[in-house]
Design a protein around this ligand. Structure first.
Ligand code: UTP
Length: 289
């Protein structure tokens, strides 16, 4: 049973970001700027716009830049104040006041499921959301809010999905089940990264989840799977056998910033939306193509 309001979100950010080496050798993937803002800031802002109080970030070694970004920066603030940079000062202060950020470390990158399990004592016994900074969703109603409302309405955990091209199913967790409304499917089956011929559908999991706390006890019992990691999808398959789990086709535009092409697409999309620089970027693109 999921009811009331969403209070806690978990952002796993302890991965090694190998697809972005060498950029991620000494800096977190989640801090790479998408146009002019680190990816993780978009995700925290989505959580805040969804009404979340506590944002729990799972970090690891080399991830201090994340904590610094959401902390006060007294020297920088003093400089901006002295030089009359009011807009910059207001923005820097806004970031440090965004949410109640709580950090805990995953000591080894043992997979997304293991990272979520690291939040167990901080989340406690209540439903919570998970957001991956690999996926940015530009939407009128914040994606996590859409998922929470669906979870309350249908009384179960909810996973964000979108239709993906057949050629890309092997990059996603794929779900299948029975539609209960235009956008909501009760999940029967989940397959991690299937070949196109074995995929039960083309509905791929995107990095937003609202989960019942029962997932923690399942994760604790989940053995290491592909690549020696504890996979969240494996635990969700078990959860779906014990409780209702729904897939939700969210509304909004999703950018997969966890790969290089999606990253460039997102930088351009957010840049084009910039009132001042947008037209210049557009003519730059025309000239280049
Ligand atoms: P990814 O598998 O996309 O992230 O996990 P990664 O391992 O950092 O990236 P690549 O594939 O090597 O380039 C999705 C999210 O889960 C987090 C990552 O930080 C990322 O935000 N994650 C992954 C953890 O927190 N811990 C892990 O053990 C694995």
């Amino acid at each position: 049973m999921i009811q009331g309001s969403l209070r806690k979100v978990v952002i796993p950010a302890a991965g090694l970001g190998t697809r972005f080496l060498p950029a991620t050798k000494a800096q977190p993937k989640e801090m790479l700027p998408i146009y002019d803002k680190p990816a993780i800031q978009y995700v925290v802002e989505e959580a805040v716009a969804s009404g979340v109080e506590d944002v729990i970030v799972i970090t690891g070694r080399n991830k201090q830049a994340i904590e610094n970004h959401f902390d006060r920066s007294l020297e920088l603030e003093a400089f901006l104040r002295q030089h009359g940079q009011k807009a910059n000062l207001a923005e820097v202060r806004r970031i440090s006041d965004l949410a109640n950020l709580i950090y805990t470390r995953q000591k080894e990158p043992l997979g997304l499921g293991h990272a979520v399990l690291c939040a167990r004592t901080l989340v406690g016994d209540e439903p919570f959301a998970v957001q991956l900074a690999d996926d940015l969703i530009d939407a009128e109603v914040p994606a996590v809010r859409q998922l929470w409302d669906t979870a309350v309405r249908y009384g179960g955990s909810v996973i964000a999905v979108m239709e993906v091209p057949a050629s890309q199913v092997s990059s996603y967790g794929i779900v299948a089940g029975d539609w209960v409304s235009n956008r909501v499917m009760r999940i029967r089956e989940m397959v991690e990264k299937p070949s196109p011929s074995r995929a039960p559908s083309r509905l791929g999991i995107v990095g937003r989840y609202v989960l019942s706390p029962r997932v923690f006890s399942i994760l604790e019992r989940t053995r290491r799977g592909a690549k020696g990691e504890i996979q969240l999808t494996d635990a969700l398959t078990r959860l779906a056998a014990e409780e209702p789990v729904f897939a939700y086709r969210f509304q909004g535009t999703r950018y997969d910033v966890g790969n290089k092409v999606g990253y460039v697409e997102a930088c351009l999309a957010y840049g084009l939306k910039d009132r001042e620089a947008g037209p210049k970027i557009r003519s730059l693109l025309r000239r280049m193509c």
